[in-house]
Design a protein around this ligand. Structure first.
Ligand code: NAP
Length: 367
């Protein structure tokens, strides 16, 4: 199921939102705790993700102790970074341990509570993992105080980590100035499309690079970019020359590889490059020695700055950025797309859609 907000499109509400008035008792229900179904990573993928990389185990959930909650996961977010966590090498998080429940960001509802701050019925977000139930410290969860007109999933997208990544990566890491030229890669994706639109609001000339004519058309028509480049079909260097006649001042990089090289060849004096991610390397496809990026010398020539960042370092600014972006979500001017699939058995396919560029926006799996 595909949905879109903003740009005059209708968004379909998630079908399985639980009753928020399900009670605020202490959670000391007499009945037995429920049975959990959990997906454990048992083998590391080297390319695409397969069902065989997981083992599904069921077990009885224990009752929450003092200060703990039992959360029922509602949906799992499927961002590109999740594939990175499956690899053997540590990234900004330790490598996902084999044999354990696959890590994942979820939205859930408190089903039983022994923590006064998180009563039963509270919607929460946290690392709930690929499983139906989670039990442990209430401090592991952030309560979601949502606006009645905003769906829960939006609090993982533009009003969650994706929005924080886009806003802080662009404004803090790149320090853009109105009138400058910004180039965004994976521009039609969840983070990239937000960067493009925030860049336009900041008065930048924005050029998005994405795979395929449909994505480019969406960037032009719905996200309002000044130019779009289809890296699968266009000559990227030629198109950059056409669309960035005054060179490139700011880059929001999500992909890496040869396209980054074409960008680096065209950066201006004092250019700023935010390294948000390198999705082309997450699937075990390391560039052959001596290949991309080869144009690092241009950072020297142009006195440019290339800086990596991790959104977790900006978590203290979440409320501020959420407050800033909420009116744009409410009036539909910040466009974002979401895709939903049903059941954890659909999660590996959702991950592979990211690898093939088949996703149109942020993907969620109903649990
Ligand atoms: N630094 C942080 O804290 C942080 C936080 C969140 C996200 N991120 C990063 O932000 C980037 C975007 O993440 P997202 O969750 O918003 O995903 P997304 O952009 O919605 O989806 C990933 C997109 O990447 C492109 N892609 C995939 N494999 C590729 C390849 N081999 N070569 C070129 N393009 C490829 C595809 O778009 P096309 O069809 O256009 O190729 C795909 O749709 C990722 O690099 C992610 O790791 C970083």
């Amino acid at each position: 199921m595909r949905t879109e907000t903003g740009g005059g499109s209708r968004r379909v509400q998630p079908a399985v939102e639980p009753d928020t008035n399900s009670g605020t008792d202490s959670g000391s229900r007499p009945e037995q705790p429920p049975e959990n179904t959990a997906w454990h990573l048992i083998a590391r993928p080297t390319g695409l993700v397969e069902r065989d990389h997981f083992e599904v185990r069921t077990s009885r959930v224990r009752a929450p102790k003092s200060g703990e909650v039992l959360v029922r996961n509602i949906f799992l977010m499927v961002p590109a970074s999740m594939r990175l966590w499956m690899n053997a090498d540590d990234s900004y998080l330790p490598a996902q341990p084999l044999g354990e429940v696959m890590r994942g960001i979820t939205v859930g509802v408190v089903d039983r509570s022994n923590a006064p701050d998180l009563p039963v019925g509270t919607f929460v977000t946290g690392m709930g993992g690929w499983q139906r139930f989670w039990v442990g410290s209430a401090r592991a969860w952030e309560p979601l105080r949502r606006h009645p007109d905003i769906p829960l999933s939006t609090y993982l997208g533009p009003l969650g980590l994706q929005g924080l990544t886009a806003y802080c990566g662009l404004t803090d890491v790149c320090q853009p100035v109105a009138g400058e030229t910004l180039v965004v890669t994976a521009a039609a994706g969840s983070v990239g499309s937000l960067v493009c639109q925030i860049g336009k609001r900041l008065g930048l000339r924005v050029v998005g690079i994405a795979g395929g004519p449909e994505k480019c058309e969406w960037l032009l028509e719905s996200c309002g970019v000044d130019g779009a480049i289809d890296y699968r079909n266009d000559d990227v260097g030629t198109r950059l020359d056409q669309l960035c006649p005054d060179g490139i001042d700011v880059v929001f990089e999500n992909v890496g590889g040869p396209v980054l090289d074409r960008i680096l060849e065209r950066i201006n004096r004092n250019a700023r490059i935010a390294l948000c991610g390198l999705v082309s390397t997450y699937y075990g496809a390391r560039p052959p020695a001596g290949q991309s990026p080869v144009n690092l010398m241009n950072l020297v020539n142009q006195r440019a700055t290339m800086r990596g960042f991790i959104v977790r370092d900006y978590l203290p600014r979440m409320a501020e950025v959420r407050d800033l972006l909420t009116p744009w979500v409410l009036d539909g001017s910040l466009v974002h797309r979401e895709e939903f699939s049903a059941g954890l058995e659909s999660a590996p396919a959702a991950m592979n859609r990211l690898a093939r560029g088949e996703n149109l926006g942020l993907q969620f799996v109903y649990i």
